[in-house]
Design a protein around this ligand. Structure first.
Ligand code: SF4
Length: 314
């Protein structure tokens, strides 16, 4: 039997189709962006080499799921061979749903290992009630993960920190630590035996969150230990999100700035030899024009501005 559509019904159907096409297009763009930014960080910092066995640390949060998912996609198309093994440390926090990660990991087909260590009881026993438990907890976790990496023969340990974690850490160190320092994308561990990588170093948190939502990852809540989220980190995170809302592109610019450091224009004599700076007598077109106003293009300034800010020196 033929169904005769009236006009409003046909319009509604078209609207639904348009919306579905738009969502599909956006999701495809998101996947491409995640793969591109992750691949860029891997190459830029030489994070993964031929023959590596990468231990992907899975907490059950959105970032670690996204990390594993994107690394699996990149592995399938990489010109080099590397292996992935997902590892979760079950710290025996009350209410930790211990079947969730194994069930998910089985469904992906990726090799995995669950390490059971009751660090929760140790932390509760050693830290007085009301004091912050994170530093002992993360120290214990770090030691266990290094041991597990050894036992599994992993050559790299991958963590799910993303661009926004890195920028928050930068600002926290500036505000509270008096240091221009963030989280490295790649580091050699304090015991000198492991290389830790952060392949999502250039990925925006909102992209990881949208991907986690799209893929419907079985997220495990991160407050099971009962510890409060670090208040300062939370505030700095909110500040960054607020900036981004008012000045789109600002977080990207900050991330680019971290990849484009000019030591001679900072104040650290250990990075630049100010003491021995002398006139050379040779003109240099790229040299510093100390008296000129420095111009900043700011395309994301609210309408009505010229888009160029001029900062007068001196
Ligand atoms: S939030 Fe809880 S699980 Fe995470 S480091 Fe702190 S104490 Fe450990």
């Amino acid at each position: 039997m033929n169904t005769i559509w009236n006009e409003p019904e046909a319009d509604a159907l078209n609207d639904t189709r348009d919306k579905a096409t738009k969502i599909e297009r956006e999701t495809h763009k998101l996947e491409k962006r995640l793969c591109r930014e992750t691949g860029k960080a891997i190459v830029q910092y030489n994070m993964i080499e031929d023959g590596d066995k990468v231990m992907v640390c899975m907490s059950g949060g959105k970032d670690s799921y996204t990390l594993l998912d994107i690394l699996l996609k990149l592995k399938a198309r990489a010109p080099i061979h590397f292996d992935l093994i997902a590892v979760n440390l079950d710290q025996k926090q009350p209410g930790f749903p211990e079947h969730v990660l194994p069930d998910y990991l089985k469904s992906t087909g990726v090799p995995f290992h669950i390490e059971n260590e009751d660090t929760y009881s140790i932390v509760k026993r050693l830290i007085p009630e009301g004091k912050t438990t994170c530093s002992l907890c993360s120290r214990l976790r770090r030691g266990i993960l290094y041991r597990v990496a050894d036992e599994l023969g992993a050559t790299k340990i991958a963590l799910g920190h993303h661009r926004d974690d890195i920028l928050q850490t930068l600002l926290l160190n500036m505000f509270f630590g008096g240091k221009l320092k963030s989280m490295p994308p790649k580091l050699v561990s304090d015991d000198g035996k492991h290389v830790v990588i952060r392949p999502l170093a250039l990925v925006a948190e909102k992209d990881a969150a949208r991907w986690a939502q799209h893929r419907n990852f079985p997220i495990i809540p991160c407050n099971l230990c009962g510890s409060q989220e670090n208040l300062q980190r939370k505030q700095v995170g909110e500040m960054l999100r607020d900036w981004e809302k008012r000045f789109p592109g600002r977080i990207d610019n900050m991330s680019n700035a971290l990849q484009n450091v000019v030591p001679s224009h900072l104040l650290d004599g250990a990075l630049y030899d100010f003491k021995n700076a002398r006139a050379t007598g040779i003109a240099d077109d790229n040299g510093d024009k100390a008296f000129d106003a420095e111009e900043f293009t700011a395309p994301s300034l609210p309408l009505g501005h010229s888009g160029v800010q001029v900062i007068h020196m001196g």
